[in-house]
Design a protein around this ligand. Structure first.
Ligand code: OGA
Ligand code: MN
Length: 207
């Protein structure tokens, strides 16, 4: 721990997670990192590498448009380009910080690009599957270009409990915003979008 340096951005996220099970960090990645990731996503989308998303996992995967309409591409850290390397460097740094300061026991991670075409959404859900409870933290970083306008829709709605009363927090997918939340605790939803909506989304997992 001799080289330990307090990181104010990470500390804020940890505080928020402890207080309310989610955090919104608008400065997790630099502008240049976000622009590079956006370019990378768009290039791979144009090369037709994305697949219609499914729900469930492995043996149990189904494509159901009525639930989820985004297109995704899983990232492979070993085969990543410069933008993705910078992304994984920061994620790995964050994971190391979490494991050192909070003993979170994160062993693994998985991330994909996501693109929601106009008219699509993701109905209310929890990010854990019956057969896979290893997902601990969900992370979504928005790669939209200009500042997202309210009439574009596409809010991330997080459902939380306020003394037994359900309240909804609607979060707009503005460029560079990172939302982090407890995968096993918070139900959430992506409201229908009226503009293509771009993100990089993933999970930090325990063994
Ligand atoms: C998901 C998800 C939220 C978002 O991919 O599981 O809930 O804001 N994404 O894109
Ligand atoms: Mn989700």
């Amino acid at each position: 721990m001799s080289d330990f340096q307090l990181n104010p951005i990470y500390e804020q996220i940890i505080d928020d997670l402890l207080q309310q099970q989610y955090s919104i960090a608008d400065d997790f990645f630099s502008d240049n990192e976000v622009i590079a990731l956006r370019e990378s996503l768009l290039q791979k989308y144009e090369e037709d590498n994305f697949k219609k998303s499914a729900i469930g996992n492995l043996s149990n995967e189904k494509i159901i448009d009525a639930v989820r309409g985004d297109f995704i591409l899983w990232l492979n850290e070993e085969e990543s380009n410069a933008a993705e390397k910078a992304f994984f460097n920061k994620i790995n740094d964050f994971v190391q910080y979490l494991n050192r300061t909070c003993f979170m026991g994160i062993q693994n991670q998985e991330f994909h690009y996501a693109l929601y075409p106009e008219g699509t959404f993701y109905k209310r859900h929890l990010d854990t599957f019956q057969s896979d409870s290893r997902r601990k933290l969900s992370m979504v970083c928005y790669l939209n270009e200009q500042n997202w306008q309210p009439d574009y829709g596409g809010e991330l709605a997080i459902y939380k409990d306020n003394n037994g009363l359900e309240v909804t927090e609607n979060i707009y997918p503005v460029k560079g915003r990172m939302v982090i939340f407890e995968s096993q605790l918070l139900e959430h939803e992506v409201k229908p979008v009226k503009q293509p909506r771009l993100s990089i989304t993933g999970w930090l997992k325990t063994r």
